[in-house]
Write a protein that binds this ligand. Sequence first.
Ligand code: ADP
Ligand code: MG
Ligand code: ZN
Length: 467
Amino acid sequence: MTEWEPVIGLEIHVHLKTRTKMFCACEVVYSDPPNSHTCPVCLAHPGALPVPNLLAIEHTVKLGLALGCEIATRALFHRKNYFYPDNPKGYQISQYDVPLCGRGVFVVPKPGGDQQVGITRAHLEEDAAKNVHIGGAGGRIGGSAHTNVDFNRGGTPLLEIVTEPDLRSADDAKRFLQLLRQTIVELGISDAEMEKGTLRADANVSVRKRGEAGYRTRTELKNMNSFNFIARGMQAEIERQIGVWEAGGEVVQQTFDFDAASGALTPRRSKEEAEDYRYFPEPDLVPVEPGDQLVERARAAVPELPGTRLRRLEAELDFDLAEGLVTSGRDRLYARTPGDRRAVANVLMNELAGKGIDPEAVDGDELGKLVGARASLPRPVFAEAIARSGDEGFRAEPYLAEVAVTDVGELGPLIDTILAANPGQVAAFRGGKDGLLGFFVGQVMKETGGKADPRAVNELLRAKLAG
Ligand code: ADP
Ligand code: MG
Ligand code: ZN
């Protein structure tokens, strides 16, 4: 198995956070009734002319700077021609040979050395409208089914990022995506939420023999809507390809949908593969020329990025980047609890990793509350809360209410009862068997259901045993 090496390149689409669409003044709102945000431009009425969205261009430049890309001084929009109901113009305005952001490198901190992932390009385009299939996928089931099209999404700004085939495992690709997502979120250019579809990633996968020059045929995986699904989909495809090669077969270039529930890879009809987009420069738009002023403004707005921060905190806090731990989730938690980063680091390292909880699934604010309150929480309550912290909709509040019993008035009588019930142990302790303190602490914990504050119990026990 180990003689095979996976090769992965990613194509990522991000919905940019702008008030209006890419080439018209329609508002970007997905929650409103279908087709309530349309106009002659995004419905492709004859004679309507596009006007580029400046904020979308600034967002793209910002991301390009964060990815170390060359920013074009003169970028072009092209028409990408294809016919589909969600695309009323019959073409999509995109970028082709001269994108806004050219080659760059994104550095992913990793145990045992940073990983450099080449960025091929990042460009701006408009999203298609949304097909809503009624009565079954494909809109063909039972003869009466049909498809509605919601044009609210049609023409909204979309950023596409393409990486070089530099990733060498499904885990590395997942880590890259998570750090990229975190970077996008902190740049403030998108919510980048996979579940909501504002971040979508397609994975190109091939395998080759370790040490082999060049790459073998790749396949593409689409429709994966969580980091874990993506990692699982890639892993399944890597294993499938190794199987094909080992059986003496050949991997065929095709596109798969990954079904996370069944783990199945379903090939798309090959007819959809044969694409000829006949790109040509968009005659209705002049080239985009981001001037020095725009680029410098964007540069000034780029904050310390998560990857850099992670390295800085690693040095400041003196911890190791644990293998398998997600950078972004943990990193976000640091950012949220600036006063007690070391405690958060410890919780994450020891508790989350130990319990196999994906930090990405944990709400940083809620975990921050738990960590902040942990000294006053009964240990079992804290442990239970941590164990549940990756659950959907987890809230710290109910756990915070279970404050540890530190009240001497409550603990005192209980301790008296316990000491009275164990005269032999009391005598032994007083005779020098110090280790018996643990026995008494254990009894108190048992009686209080673990709610007593260990420090208070210790102090009180020592005082009473001495007296
Ligand atoms: P296009 O989609 O226009 O064919 P490319 O072929 O240049 O573009 O690559 C698209 C994506 O596929 C990129 O992310 C690239 O890194 C990746 N890729 C290209 N070749 C391979 C390969 N042999 N194995 C894995 N990924 C690849
Ligand atoms: Mg492509
Ligand atoms: Zn419009």
